[in-house]
Design a protein around this ligand. Structure first.
Ligand SMILES: Nc1ncnc2c1ncn2[C@@H]1O[C@H](COP(=O)(O)OP(=O)(O)O)[C@@H](O)[C@H]1O
Ligand SMILES: [Mg+2]
Length: 246
């Protein structure tokens, strides 16, 4: 059974950073296969993971939607779409990556979206750990990629407006038709813990905090791959301590 960890949070809170650190920690424990999914249309997980991707799922869906009638004769449509998705998976060192992107063409996506969901469900089952970097609106969780997450990890800064935004994402997750195992709040880039009693959202558990990390800043300024962060980085040791709970 795969374990799905979905990251959520408003822009700039550190979802991609945390997703990348999680890939690294899952690689480290060597307990199974890892799929990273970039489900934020404002995609930058490939760069963080140091991978180049050939095509996003959105581009593939565009192609398919525009040429449903041109699928090779004798091949069931679903098989064909499945095959195309397989070609979109980039292989990293110890993990795979799929970038969702966003379909942009004028074609009809109802059919392809439905098929996509079935295929994604099958694909996810093939991996032991699936880490999904989402956008704040949780679009992919509600409509496209998967409707289930064992862990929803909401990333926030430590400010009250930031925490309220995290609370709204938690509320949103409850209104969507998605099955969530547990919901955890991770405060990122903060040198102070928050008081968990300030969290007014039942069901949202405070996981802990990652400090502001100068080594992340250094890599980010240089445009390097965050996956290559030095072992001594403060964020890695902080996340390692919280890892079991995730
Ligand atoms: N713990 C941290 N310490 C220092 N910089 C961080 C930390 N977490 C994130 N950042 C920086 O903050 C910016 C936004 O992070 P990112 O992960 O891209 O956010 P999101 O994916 O939520 O939009 C990036 O430049 C990233 O390098
Ligand atoms: Mg991001």
């Amino acid at each position: 059974m795969s374990h799905v960890i979905a990251l959520a949070g408003k822009g700039g809170t550190g979802k991609t950073t945390v997703a990348t650190l999680l890939v690294r920690l899952f690689k480290e424990i060597k307990k199974g296969s890892i799929l990273a999914v970039d489900a934020d249309p404002n995609s930058n997980l490939p760069e963080a993971l140091g991978l180049k991707i050939k095509e996003t799922m959105g581009q593939i869906l565009d192609d398919i939607a525009a040429s449903l009638d041109k699928i090779p004769a004798g091949m069931p449509k679903e098989r064909f779409i499945e095959y195309r998705i397989q070609t979109a998976i980039a292989e990293g060192d110890g993990f795979d990556l799929l970038v969702m992107g966003r379909p942009e063409g004028p074609g009809c996506y109802c059919y392809v979206n439905n098929v996509l969901r079935n295929i994604m469900a099958k694909l996810i089952k093939d991996y032991d750990y699936v880490i999904i970097d989402n956008e704040a609106g949780l679009e992919h969780l509600s409509r496209r990629t998967t409707r289930h997450a064992d862990t929803l990890l909401i990333v926030s800064d430590a400010t009250i407006p930031g925490l309220r935004a995290a609370g709204r994402i938690h509320d949103l997750a409850r209104t969507l038709d998605i099955k969530i195992g547990k919901e955890l709040l991770l405060v990122n880039s903060s040198d102070k813990d928050i008081e968990p009693q300030k969290l007014e959202w039942p069901g949202l558990e405070y996981l802990g905090r990652l400090p502001y990390d100068r080594q992340i800043e250094k890599i980010s300024l240089a445009g390097g791959a965050l996956l290559e962060l030095e072992e001594s980085a403060a964020s890695i040791s902080a996340l390692r301590k919280l890892f079991d709970k995730i």
